[in-house]
Design a protein around this ligand. Structure first.
Ligand SMILES: Nc1ncnc2c1ncn2[C@@H]1O[C@H](COP(=O)(O)OP(=O)(O)OP(=O)(O)O)[C@@H](O)[C@H]1O
Ligand SMILES: O=P(O)(O)OC[C@H]1O[C@H](OP(=O)(O)OP(=O)(O)O)[C@H](O)[C@@H]1O
Ligand SMILES: O=C(O)c1cccnc1
Length: 480
């Protein structure tokens, strides 16, 4: 059963709302939705935005074909056949702006803005959140892992534990854009141009009469930079000595072994002892690769213990974002068309964090000209001129308004880029290596205090006085 069309990759309630709009003749009226998340994952100080390429591919491929129409007809007898006929000509004709992949992002700022016919904008919610939430989560996890091993080789090994095939390949891509060096997934390598890397499994060793024979045969087949897994029987008594013998015999043929891999036991002790054994045998060029349920915390600990690990294979914990398996990004209506103009709308909640910020918004990163570092992100109503003109701004902490700071002498970098205008794609998707470079530049914009893994400083995301005023007015309007 393969069916690639993603048009019905949405919740039924979206189609029901589309239908109800169609019934009442309001389906062509315009609306604006914004995507944001409220809380950073993993206790991290920032998130790494990802998912845009998938969103663009999805929007470009939208189309209700015969199978979709037939299914909708069968599923819901209320749907008028004329509505279903109209779906056949459905395509996205609106505007979509988004933060670029690899951008460092924070809670409560617009990351994607969709402006279009309500009929169209409503359908997109589920898929956009699905792609953005997952990929941003994995990119953020990968970025944390990169932080603890800034100079080592990082390999993504997660496919066998991923939540199915799409998660494996898009997760591999997210990991790469946030700083991993390679993936073991060949399809992700082929589709996205990610370097692929691999060693061998225990089965290779088990499938031979002896470990040593298995090493010789593997090295003979793949002499160029071969990495041997040394923990099948006894790492220090058998695996490492056998690998050393094979490496020495390779040297006699003018070849060099790439590495050994440790996949169990005390990785600090084993790597240090293996390093000494390799060095004493004159094989200091052989790298040590580690794997086994690694994450940024274990890696940090291993480094603190002086582990001699050059290269890390990280699977389950990364690809499943095991310590926080979902990012809570949301897609909220911020304005609707009324009598030909956009009217801001709000969602009130007993939980102050869940009260939405009404109105069509922009977001700027205020980068100090003096230090080259980001001072704050500034969320405005669309078109507010002060930040764009570089005027002195007073930024408040909205929970504790007595806390404020002035910023001036900054460049206001708009974070939302036009991706679609009137349904036409106006953004050229960068290639993955450009995104990786851009992500590295993004990291350099931030003081290390915001980037540290544990208890990072909270970066200021401020909303303009006008946006705040509008929010207060709408809260009052709806609560009296
Ligand atoms: N020195 C260390 N300090 C902290 N954690 C470590 C250290 N060495 C290994 N670990 C981690 O401890 C966890 C448990 O390893 P465990 O001992 O269960 O593996 P194992 O039993 O040796 O191997 P396996 O069960 O996969 O064959 C793994 O996540 C591993 O990465
Ligand atoms: O541990 P992860 O971070 O997910 O990395 C991938 C793991 O997959 C492989 O073994 P597999 O899990 O298939 O078998 P094992 O647990 O017996 O080593 C590999 O040896 C790693 O241990
Ligand atoms: O190449 C490897 O060593 C590898 C790949 C996937 C999972 N575990 C290990």
């Amino acid at each position: 059963m393969t069916y690639e069309n993603l048009t019905l990759h949405t919740d039924k309630y979206q189609i029901n709302m589309m239908y109800a709009h169609w019934i009442h003749g309001t389906h062509e009226s315009k609306a604006v939705f914004e995507v944001f998340f409220r809380k950073l994952p993993f206790g991290n100080g920032y998130a790494v935005f990802a998912g845009l390429q998938r969103i663009v591919e999805y929007v470009n491929s939208l189309g209700f074909d015969d199978d979709c129409i037939r299914y909708l007809q069968e599923q819901e007898e209320n749907y008028d056949p004329r509505f279903l006929e109209e779906l056949r000509s459905f395509r996205f004709t609106g505007n979509l702006s988004s933060v670029e992949e690899g951008t460092i992002v924070f809670p409560n700022e617009p990351l994607i803005r969709v402006e279009g016919k309500i009929f169209e904008a409503q359908l997109l919610e589920t898929a956009i959140l699905n792609f953005m939430n997952f990929q941003t989560l994995i990119a953020t996890k990968a970025s944390r892992i990169r932080q603890v091993a800034p100079n080592d080789i990082l390999m993504e090994f997660g496919t066998r534990r991923a939540q199915e095939a799409d998660a494996a390949i898009w997760g591999a891509r997210a990991a790469y854009l946030a700083g991993f060096d390679a993936t073991s997934n060949m399809r992700a390598g082929m589709l996205f141009g990610i370097p692929s890397k691999g060693t061998h499994a225990h089965s290779w060793v088990q499938d031979h009469d002896s470990e040593e024979e298995s090493f010789y045969r593997f090295a003979a087949a793949l002499p160029d930079q071969v990495t041997l897994l040394v923990d099948t029987y006894d790492t220090l008594r058998s695996g490492v000595p056998h690998a050393i013998r094979v490496a020495q015999s390779m040297e006699r043929e003018g070849k060099r072994m790439g590495g050994i891999r440790l996949d169990s036991g005390d990785l600090a002790y084993l790597s240090k002892t293996a390093r000494t054994m390799l060095d004493e045998a004159g094989l200091n060029y052989i790298k040590i690769v580690a794997s086994n349920d690694l994450d940024e915390n274990i890696m940090f600990n291993l480094k603190a213990q002086g582990a001699q690990i050059d290269s890390w294979g990280v699977g389950t914990q990364l690809i499943t974002a095991a310590d926080q398996p979902a990012l809570g990004g949301v897609y909220k209506l911020v304005a609707r068309e009324k009598e030909g103009a956009f009217e801001p709308v709000i969602k009130i909640s007993g939980n102050p964090e869940k009260v939405s910020t009404p109105g069509v918004k922009d977001v700027y990163r205020l980068v100090s000209r003096e230090t080259g570092r980001a001072e704050a992100d500034y969320v405005t109503l669309a078109g507010e001129p002060e930040a764009m003109r570089g005027e002195k701004l007073k930024l408040y902490d909205k929970t504790h308004p007595y806390l404020y700071k002035y910023v001036e002498g900054y460049d206001a970098v708009p974070l939302l880029r036009p991706i679609y205008e009137n349904g036409k794609q106006v953004y050229r998707l960068p290639d993955l290596d450009q995104i990786r470079r851009y992500h590295r530049q993004q990291l350099e914009l931030f003081w290390p205090e915001y980037l540290r893994k544990l208890n990072p400083a909270v970066y200021l995301v401020d909303i303009s006085a006008r946006a705040w005023q509008l929010k207060m007015e709408l809260i009052q309007k709806h609560t009296v």
